[in-house]
Every structure is written in C-alpha cells, then in structure tokens.
Design a protein around this ligand. Structure first.
Ligand SMILES: NC(=O)c1ccc[n+]([C@@H]2O[C@H](COP(=O)([O-])OP(=O)(O)OC[C@H]3O[C@@H](n4cnc5c(N)ncnc54)[C@H](O)[C@@H]3O)[C@@H](O)[C@H]2O)c1
Length: 434
C-alpha cells in the first residue's frame, strides 16, 4: 500500500481510464495535466483515433488542454485492454444504461471488470466512477477481481467515487466539484483519497463504497422527484389559468427551506431519466418499493405527451389541427447550451407530433441532424421567413443563442415549454407557456 501511495504522490503511477466519454475524457485530461501518464481505453476505435489526434469531441474539455497532453505524451488512447497491466490506478467511466424494461444494464461494467481480472496485479487501485446501484463495487466487481488471488485492502484497493460533472457548467468542472470517495475497506479509502487529493480541490470521504454509490444515485433521485413535483404544478397551473413560473419564483423568495426547480417537456441526459431506476430495482431486493422514484418517473415521462396534447389545444384555438400543421421545433438537446441529445424529451415530443402527421422542422445548435422513429431531419436556421411560415414555434430547449424576440415577433404562435421568452419585451399575446 505504501509503495502505491508513494507512486501516486510522486506522479510515477500510471493511470488507466476506461471509457472516454463525457465523464472519462475530461478526467483523463485532468489526470494528465496533474502529471500522470494516462492510458485512455475505449471500445470505440473512432474515439480513440480522435483522442490521439487531439481532435476534441467533448465540449467541457478545452481544445488547448487536450492538445497539450497529447503533444507532451501524457495521454494516449487505445482500444486494447492489455495496457491495464501497466496501470497502477484504473478509473472506470463506462455507461450504465437501462434495459428496455427499465432495469439496470451493467454489462459494460462487467465487461471491463472481466478484462481487468486478466491484467490486475498487486498494488493496484480500481475505482468505479459510473453511476450505479449500491453494492456494485463490493458485491459485483470485488468477487471477480479477488478471484485472481488479490486481497482487497492488502494488494488490491477498490473504491467508488461518483462523477458529478454537470456538462456546460461554467463554474464547476471535474477539478473543483466536491468528490465523494468510499472505499471497500479503510485502506482502500486511504489510497483512493490520496489519489483524488492530487487533482481535485475538495474531497468528501464516506464510510463505504456503498454509501458513495447510494449518495450519487440519491442526488439524481432528488432532482427527478423535485422536477416531477414542479411538472405536476405546471399541469395544475395550466388548468387553473396561472403562470407556474410566477408561482415558483414567488415561492423562491422565501429565505429558507425552499429550492426552486423548473418544469419542462420532460427529463433527459444520461442521469436523471435513468439512475433513479437503478435504486428502484435494488430496493426490491429489500422488499421495498420506492414509490417516489416510480411516481416521479411516471410524471416526468408523461410530460412529452402533455406537451403534444397542449400543442393540439393551442392549434385548435386557431382552427388548426396537428395533422399537416407546420411546427418549427427550437432546441433538441436535453438542456440548454450543450450538444448532448441522449434521452432528450425533444425527440419523444417530435415522435408524438410526427405520429399525428405534423410537418416538423427544427433549429438547434450542435445537432446537424436527428432521427425520429426512423425518419431523419436535417436542422435548419432560424429566419423571419421560416417563423412566419410556421403554424407554431415550439421551444423545447432554451438555448442562449436563439433570438427569442425574433421568435415572438414573427411566429404566429409560440409554445414555450422552457419559459425561454421571459425577457422578451414585445407583447407576448401569442406565447403559451408549459
Ligand atoms: N454525462 C454526465 O453528465 C454524467 C455525469 C455524472 C455521471 N455520469 C455517469 O458516468 C458514466 C459514464 O457516462 P458518460 O456520460 O461519460 O457516458 P459516455 O457514453 O459519454 O461515455 C462512455 C464511454 O465508454 C465507452 N465504452 C462503453 N463500453 C465500453 C467497454 N466495455 N469498454 C471500453 N469502453 C467502453 C463508450 O464508447 C464511451 O466512449 C455513466 O454511468 C453515467 O451515468 C455521467
């Protein structure tokens, strides 16, 4: 253990990072900038080639940083798992999606753990960073790795340390976001904490890897439940003829005990729509049905249907129906100013409108084309003519690059599901909120 800690402190430890996506690539660049030799491993050869050419594909990574660590040889990427034999520290950042029936799919973690078992050696730290259910590190990965003869807390050190990156957040990046660390044993925690202390400003340790796993998934449950609560409020306000945003902003003036969340056309990204179901699944093993999680999922997943139904009502008032209506969709990604379209509710909304024969076109930065139920669309630009020729502009993502004044002035009707038009000065008689 002491030898590994020395290598971590004097930066001679070699760091392997498996999965070079939204989480893994920023982490790889951070560790390389910290002074480690970093070996990035990804199953997709195109990504590996791009990393090695310093051709950046993650907006949270600065081009100059990637170029610097590739040029100085601190970061190299490969598809070949056998480089793990040279690694002292291995961080796993692979996806944790759901099956079609919303059960955890940890096949990527299992695959990587299987590869690791081939190359694991004494004095190795293995940390899982992927979001998952409590118990994945010690109940699933540990037996596979200790079957090699390594002894946890003695020759093998294992921990869970969730990534909490918030893509597009300008203030909080990997290095200055509080890092939770939970070890399988006390010595595992000591080694893992020492490693993260070299590159991350604030570390918060917990008593076990399972606590860190639970904390991470609970953070996402918290968001999902609160978003569902305001989504329900928005539906109620619509029926009662009130502006939900005004209500929320009024409640948020309370100096304590209230935290504003805002409604929208649904939840997206690789966290909020998925992670809560990991906990719901695990809880059944303990004879508990986590009803908040299921209820929040039900409400949030119902929002695209609500948006499609309300759009139908809006058109109806103008004597139009969805069939044949020209709908100009503004924004595709699950949140503003990022290029991540995973699980975005915009695609679901478009699918529902497409099913009713609406004529769709879309405008979205970062997304040149999209596929909606086997039909593909090319993005277009936001022009006065296009707005005027539409029957409705449907705002699904509040990108800061959109000219909302232009939208309100030239679209016959605007259905704004994000309150993106709140600062528009022009009369907003044609704007409908969520
Ligand atoms: N994106 C976020 O905002 C975010 C935030 C916090 C936590 N997380 C969690 O981090 C994990 C990774 O998420 P992400 O957004 O980086 O995903 P991602 O899809 O962007 O990246 C994962 C990478 O792993 C690679 N990969 C998949 N299976 C592999 C395998 N068997 N071997 C090698 N490489 C493999 C993929 O090719 C991909 O490049 C997930 O558990 C996610 O829930 C994501």
């Amino acid at each position: 253990m002491q030898k590994l800690i020395e290598k971590i402190k004097d930066r001679t430890a070699v760091v392997g990072i498996v999965g070079l996506g939204y989480v893994g690539l920023p982490l790889a660049v951070l560790q390389a900038k910290t002074g480690y030799r970093v070996l990035g491993i990804d199953g997709v050869s195109e990504k590996v080639e791009r990393v090695n050419k310093a051709d950046n594909y993650i907006s949270d990574v600065a081009d100059a940083d990637l170029q610097q660590v590739i040029r100085n040889g601190r970061l190299t990427a490969t598809c070949d798992f056998n480089v793990l034999r040279d690694c002292d520290v291995v961080l796993i950042c692979v996806p944790t999606p759901l099956t079609p029936n919303k059960e955890p799919d940890i096949s990527a973690i299992l695959k990587v753990t299987g590869e690791l078992a081939k190359y694991a050696h004494p004095d190795m730290l293995v940390v899982l960073e992927s979001t998952t259910y409590p118990g994945t590190t010690d109940e699933v990965m540990l037996p596979i790795l200790t079957a090699t003869g390594l002894k946890v807390g003695d020759t093998l050190f294992m921990a869970f340390s969730p990534e909490r990156v918030d893509p597009g957040n300008r203030s909080f990046k990997t290095h200055n976001t509080f890092k939770l660390v939970g070890g399988v044993t006390r010595s595992c925690l000591t080694v893992a904490r020492t490693f993260y202390e070299q590159s991350i400003v604030k570390i918060f340790t917990v008593s076990h890897s399972r606590v860190a796993e639970m904390a991470k998934v609970f953070e996402n449950v918290f968001r999902s439940v609160n978003i569902a609560l305001v989504n329900e409020l928005a539906i109620l306000c619509d029926r009662m003829g009130m502006n939900a945003y005004e209500v929320i902003d009024a409640a948020a003036t309370k100096n304590f005990g209230f935290m504003p969340f805002y409604p929208g056309p649904g939840v997206g990204g690789h966290c909020i729509p998925l992670d809560p179901y990991y906990l719901a699944w695990k809880s059944k093993e303990y004879d508990l049905h986590t009803r908040f999680i299921e209820l929040a999922g039900e409400i949030n997943e119902g929002m695209p249907y609500y948006v499609a139904a309300k759009l139908q009502r809006i058109l109806n008032r103008r004597g139009l129906c969805l069939n044949g209506a020209k709908i100009l969709v503004l924004g595709i990604t699950y949140k503003a100013d990022v290029g991540d379209e995973r699980e975005t509710p915009a695609i679901k909304v478009m699918e529902l409108l497409q099913r009713e024969q609406a004529q769709l076109a879309y405008v979205a930065p970062f997304v040149p084309s999209v596929s909606v139920a086997e039909r593909s669309y090319e993005g277009t630009t936001l022009t006065v003519e296009r707005l005027a020729a539409s029957d409705c502009a449907l705002i699904l993502t509040a990108h800061s690059s959109f000219d909302y004044d232009l939208v309100v002035r030239h679209a016959p009707v605007v259905y704004d599901t994000r309150n993106a038009t709140k600062n528009v000065q022009a009369a907003k008689t044609n704007v409908f909120l969520l």
